[in-house]
Design a protein around this ligand. Structure first.
Ligand code: PLP
Length: 357
């Protein structure tokens, strides 16, 4: 706390990301990173990048990347917005659409960055409780609001909504923007991208950080009606007109161009997730059915914090949230098959864990 801080920053509660340890002998299952490297086409794009180009500013509109994304998702390029990670895209979207008189609605348990943006931008918001099984009931969102946001699949629960449920909401909620954060959609959920030409108020946000293994590069994007995209461009160009650097634009294009690698690696993660779920259940965990690259699990009697500590002493990091209602759950990122075997073997060494009959 400093006397030089404005009141606005004194009252902020910044987001705290999962730990990035500085040592290397750790199995890192705490931040939902992809266990496989990016596509070899990305590696090639990096190696063939001419550093002399860096004396110039990058394309402020990321035109080639937008065109690549537009082709891939079968939309037009004025329906595509790109930013430095989807966190930045989300920040601009909160500023552009959610500073309204009525409250923004979001689930009680979801990506905790949403609350942080509300505090930053002074957005009035309300949490809508989840069902006992962590499901989101979108009929509860049908009331006056200044916007709606949820992650689909949701984080940290891993649960997905159907496209029909989302369309049902859009049919009645016509006066505010609905953001669907699809950070994990490539791991088995249905994307709402197909709805953007039908409903002018849905914005779908995705990222290259998870399914395309480019978390370190910081590339995210939004797809929606051209007028929503123009709103985002207005915020971006009032803040930083050159958000994506040249290498980020080139590598993101290369990642999209390797569909085969994308399919193989996401399928591998999905099958490792299903294996991990069965293994966890066999040693007394309840696992929420996941459509993401992580599982959300709770042991029948061992507290979440204790399990996290036990794993940590064996150099395995998982994410634990102390918020009431989920304090006994662990969010476990799906790593390579070897990492997940080591994780399960480690749990089996816990003195109070045994294999169920
Ligand atoms: C990881 C994640 C993001 C942010 O991803 P970046 O593109 O790396 O900023 C956004 N939303 C959810 C739900 C996430 O899990």
């Amino acid at each position: 706390m400093s006397k030089f801080w404005s009141d606005a920053i004194r009252d902020l509660t910044p987001y705290v990301p999962g730990e990035q340890p500085k040592v290397s002998n750790i199995i890192k299952l705490n931040t939902n990173e992809n266990p496989f490297g990016p596509s070899p086409k990305v590696t090639h794009a990096i190696h063939s990048f001419e550093s002399n180009k860096l004396r110039k500013y990058p394309d402020p509109d990321s035109t080639s990347l937008k065109n690549t994304l537009a082709d891939y998702y079968n939309v037009s390029s004025n329906q595509v917005f790109v930013g430095n990670g989807s966190d930045e895209v989300l920040a601009h979207a909160f500023m552009a659409f959610f500073r309204q008189k009525e409250p923004l609605l979001m689930p009680t348990i979801t990506y905790s960055f949403y609350d942080v943006y509300c505090n930053l931008y002074n957005i009035n918001y309300e949490h809508i409780p989840l069902g006992d099984d962590f499901s989101i009931d979108l009929t509860k969102y049908q009331r006056p609001n200044g916007g709606i946001i949820f992650a689909n699949p949701n984080a940290p629960t891993g649960k997905a909504l159907t496209l029909d449920a989302i369309e049902g909401l859009l049919n009645t909620n016509t006066e505010s923007v609905v953001i669907v954060d699809e950070a994990y959609v490539d791991f088995g959920a249905q994307s709402a991208v197909s709805l953007i030409n039908k409903y002018p108020n849905i914005l779908v946000i995705q990222t290259f950080s998870k399914s395309r293994s480019l978390a370190g590069m910081r590339v995210g994007f939004a797809l929606g009606n051209a007028e929503l995209i123009e709103g985002l461009e207005r915020v971006k160009n009032s803040f930083n007109s050159y958000p994506l650097d040249m290498l980020a634009q080139d590598t993101a294009i290369a990642a999209i161009q390797d569909e085969q690698y994308f399919q193989e690696t996401t399928q591998q993660i999905i099958s490792t997730r299903e294996w991990t779920t069965v293994q966890l259940e066999s040693i007394g965990f309840n696992v929420v059915p996941s459509k993401t690259n992580f599982v959300f699990a709770t042991h029948r009697y061992l507290p979440g914090a204790e399990l996290m500590g036990f794993l940590r002493t064996h150099n395995i990091l998982v994410r634990h949230f102390s918020r009431p209602g989920i304090e006994n759950h662990l969010r476990i990122t799906i790593g390579t098959p070897d990492e997940m075997s080591a994780f399960i073997d480690c749990l089996k060494k816990h003195p109070d864990i045994s294999t169920l009959d």
